[in-house]
Ligand binder design. Structure first.
Ligand SMILES: [Zn+2]
Length: 83
């Protein structure tokens, strides 16, 4: 099974992620800022973008948040697969 390619940048792979500071599980692209809330809504128009979503969650330090994700060795354990 192939990991789903991001329909926005057509380069990145999509992964599910749940961060302890954020209640909502989301799907993000590892290349661009695109973000979706469930697999059925994945299209070239993202549900949100990473930075905006974090601001909405009250998280203002985007750099720290990305670092958190990349430092978590489990970040790539839940890819979104192509149907
Ligand atoms: Zn992308």
């Amino acid at each position: 099974m192939d990991i789903k390619i991001c329909p926005c940048c057509e380069q990145g792979n999509l992964y599910y992620y749940q961060h302890p500071k954020i209640l909502t599980k989301f799907i993000f692209c590892d290349e661009c800022e695109a973000l979706w809330f469930n697999q059925s809504s994945i299209s070239s128009i993202p549900d949100n973008n990473f930075e905006n979503f974090l601001f909405q969650q009250g998280i203002t330090n985007i750099t720290e948040m990305w670092a958190d994700i990349w430092l978590n060795e489990n970040w790539c354990n839940n890819p979104v697969y192509d149907n």
